[in-house]
Ligand binder design. Structure first.
Ligand code: ADP
Ligand code: MN
Ligand code: MN
Ligand code: MN
Ligand code: MN
Length: 338
């Protein structure tokens, strides 16, 4: 029986990589298992990943799940991009995360990523009238009703799709700007949370496409007094889940490397981390309990219970989760190892 396998990969578009995908028909469900899925190829000169004269790149399947959009036996196949000699392509940030994930496995890092995004139609966010603006921010965050929530049928369809795909989705909510929403993936290890973020992004792009709507992870889609879109990254290790001192150690370590981190947290970060709209300025580092104007927030329960996790509020919606989880795992786990 034929099986539709959608091979999905991350391209070389700058400054923000985009998803690409194409379909391969397999002749049995057995072939659709991760260990049996064939390596495939594509034209890297059309994805900013190769020169036209030696354009071949390889697709190596690394994560498979049911395809909830096509249904039946169809599968989604997330791939790493390799050069023809089998080495990781320079755009393959997943290959750089794997060794860090393994190196610090004993510390049991968990991530919960809050992916914010904006739905667009006719070049403007849902809820923005033609030639004008909606009322100021205030009523839209977690808002209910047709005058406050824009795009819910798409958001609900996406939630169902993520659940059917077996992704570690933990919640959704309407955001501060009209047409802006959030889904959360986690808690899960660095590789798993990142793979699931990319598949969840894929599903949202595809479902929105079906509705004639554009899924955007632009981190500052509207200039002016409108919130940007972030990807707050919640992080803990086993030690942090059991005690408070390791949480402070992790915050201090993030402070020592703050510029290196900010540079890896997504394109246009200085346009979003201005110090306004629930952000801390990109050029300063701070951490604090319940403080949504700090770089790192410790949830209030964490201070009371003296254990838990930290929230790095800086990553942009357009960040690469392989890069962000690698930096945080490396910085914090190195400090906690001492
Ligand atoms: P916020 O209050 O900032 O909007 P959310 O509820 O949107 O927070 O997201 C919190 C995320 O943190 C969820 O994805 C959740 O799974 C994750 N999370 C909860 N506990 C931990 C933990 N110990 N380590 C890492 N992530 C966690
Ligand atoms: Mn062709
Ligand atoms: Mn949230
Ligand atoms: Mn949010
Ligand atoms: Mn948050």
């Amino acid at each position: 029986m034929s099986v539709k396998a959608e091979y999905i990969w991350i391209d070389g578009t700058e400054p923000t990589a985009q998803l690409r995908s194409k379909t391969r028909i397999l002749d049995s469900a057995e072939k659709a298992k991760l260990e049996n899925l064939p390596i495939w190829g594509f034209d890297g000169s059309s994805t900013n990943q190769a020169e036209g004269t030696s354009s071949d790149c390889q697709l190596k399947p690394v994560f498979v799940c049911p395809d909830p959009v096509r249904g039946g036996t169809s599968v989604l196949v997330l791939c790493e991009v390799l050069n023809v000699d089998g080495t990781p392509h320079s755009t393959n940030t997943r290959a750089l995360l794997s060794p860090i994930d393994e190196k610090f496995a004993a510390q049991e890092s968990w991530f919960g990523i809050e992916q914010e995004y904006t739905l667009f139609k006719d070049g403007r966010p849902l809820g923005f009238p033609e030639g004008g603006f909606p009322g100021p921010q205030g009523p839209y965050y977690c808002g209910i009703g047709a005058e406050k929530a824009f795009g819910r049928p798409i958001v609900e369809e996406h939630l169902d799709a993520c659940l059917a795909a077996g992704l570690q989705i933990s919640g959704i909510n309407a955001e501060v700007m009209p047409g802006q929403w959030e889904f959360q993936i986690g808690p899960a290890g660095p590789l798993e949370v990142s793979d699931h973020i990319w598949i969840a992004r894929y599903l949202m792009a595809l479902i929105a496409e079906k509705h004639g709507v554009v899924f955007s992870i632009d981190s500052k889609p509207m200039k002016g007094d409108w919130n940007g879109a972030g990807a707050h990254t919640n992080f803990s290790t086993k030690a942090m889940r059991e005690g408070y001192d390791p949480i402070i150690t992790a915050c201090e370590a993030l402070g020592e490397k703050f510029l290196e981190h900010v540079k890896a947290y997504g394109a246009g970060i200085e346009d979003r981390l201005t110090g306004a709209h629930e952000t801390a300025p990109w050029s300063e580092f701070s951490y604090g309990v319940s403080n949504r104007a700090a770089s790192i927030r410790l949830p209030w329960q964490v201070e009371i219970e003296r254990k838990g996790y930290l929230e790095d509020r800086r990553p942009n919606a357009n960040m690469d989760p392989y890069l962000v989880t690698r930096m945080i795992t490396d910085t914090c786990c190195t400090a906690l190892e001492k």
